[in-house]
Design a protein around this ligand. Structure first.
Ligand code: PMP
Length: 412
């Protein structure tokens, strides 16, 4: 006879099912609440490559203005080929974490190429940008130390702060006076972190980095910049927001970049001085306790970086689309936020209006995301348009015609 009685005889089954029913009921209620507010998110399936003319799961082709593939490198033949060759050489997966045999020569080559591109001594790879941010913030926070974050920082930065043992606070968006007041008010002996996006992912505007560098210096704080949307798009050589402002590596000791945007692949890196990367190798838990990036992905990213550096027309094309769009949308009388980056936001206000506007554009053959709270503040729901160097003039005109024909009640 078994020493363990079947659950049904112990009564655990019915307790278990009552508990799981309680969970289901609670989750249903929360989903229902979201649905009532028109805030329910949905997966949008795409079939085929990430290109301006995308085939979606409903069988329709639309011009895609939602992708972060800003330079059109995600389906560049050189990048695809590099991934195929590396898959033959290394296999598909890395098989282990970086410190336990998952790390290959190609990872070093990518880290070296990224460090060189950003003008840093060293760089370290992470499997995603989310993990890079959580890992670096946790590793660099002393217990109880203040962390000051821009109110509109990406969720991964905010989560990194909350998950750390530091004292996380948010300063008003791009407001250096508010940041300084906080640095004074919450001064403590432990080193503070100032954390900001370089380019804000939902507004497309830039952090006031020169002022923040000066404040970090004045109050002996460590400045961390996540330049996920700046790298490849801003600065003379596409080196990002720091280069746009003429800042040097020593001004911003910790630079985070992602690989899934202008580089068209996936993953992330942190770049800085040798001592920073040596330290993170020991203490960044999201690098240590996870499977290393697949080697073919590292090889593809090396190829993408080479394309980014040699095909400078991509950055120029992107810039010209952005400048044109700012002017053209303002002429249509829509509320476009000022932005010199591929992230362009047309603010419509209520969530419902943004959803309906996005649906309307979809019917016109253009795919544009509606971004709603909690991703953006209440009453600032918007259409978020992102551009790629791969968009042709025809694609652009299609978008503009669709926006021009937006019915009055959807214009905000
Ligand atoms: N930082 C910023 C500013 C982002 O916009 C994103 C994602 N879009 C991330 C970090 C996370 O990067 P990943 O998608 O590689 O996790």
């Amino acid at each position: 006879m078994s020493l363990v009685e079947p659950a049904s005889q112990t009564g655990q089954e019915s307790q278990g099912s009552r508990a799981s029913q309680r969970l289901k009921a609670e989750l249903q209620q929360k989903l229902q609440y979201r649905a009532e507010q028109n805030l329910l998110r949905q997966v949008l399936q795409r079939c085929g490559p990430c290109q301006p003319d995308s085939l979606f799961g409903d069988g329709q082709k639309r011009v895609n203005f939602c992708s972060n593939d800003y330079l059109g490198l995600a389906s560049h033949p050189d990048v695809i080929r590099a991934m195929q060759v590396a898959a033959e050489q290394y296999g598909v997966g890395s098989g282990a974490s970086h410190l336990v045999t998952g790390h290959c020569r190609v990872h070093d080559e990518l880290a070296e190429a990224l460090a060189d591109f950003c003008g840093r001594q060293k760089a370290m790879l992470f499997s995603t940008g989310y993990m890079a941010n959580v890992g670096v913030i946790n590793a660099l926070t002393n217990p109880g130390a203040p962390i000051f974050q821009d109110a509109l920082n990406h969720a991964s930065l905010l989560d990194g702060g909350w998950l750390s043992r530091g004292d996380s606070r948010r300063f008003a968006h791009r407001d250096t006076k508010d940041l300084e007041a906080m640095l004074i008010r919450h001064h403590c002996d432990s080193r503070a972190l100032i954390i900001t996006d370089g380019v804000f992912s939902m507004d497309g505007d830039l952090a006031p980095l020169p002022e923040q560098v000066a404040l970090a210096d004045k109050y002996q704080a460590t400045l961390i910049v996540d330049d996920a949307h700046g790298i490849g798009c801003l600065g003379d050589t596409g080196a990002g927001t720091l280069s746009h402002f003429g800042l040097s590596a020593s001004d911003v000791p910790v630079l985070v970049g992602t690989l899934g945007k202008s580089l068209g692949t996936a993953g992330a890196f942190v770049a800085g001085d040798e001592v920073l990367i040596d330290y993170l190798t020991q203490f960044a838990r999201t690098h240590i306790y996870t499977t290393a990036m697949p080697p073919p992905l590292a090889a593809a990213t090396i190829a993408a970086l080479a394309c980014l550096r040699s095909e400078t027309w991509r950055q120029q094309r992107l810039q010209s689309l952005v400048m044109r769009f700012q002017q053209d949308v303002a002429n249509l009388g829509l509320n476009i936020l000022p932005s010199q980056t591929p992230v362009q936001a047309i603010v419509l206000g209520e969530a419902d209006r943004a959803v309906k506007a996005s649906e309307y554009l979809r019917e016109q053959g253009v795919q544009v995301s509606a971004i709603r709270p909690p991703t953006v503040p209440a009453d600032s729901a918007r259409l978020r348009v992102t551009f790629s160097a791969a968009h042709t003039d025809e694609h652009y005109e299609r978008l503009l015609d669709a926006l021009a024909s937006l019915p009055d009640d959807l214009r905000g």
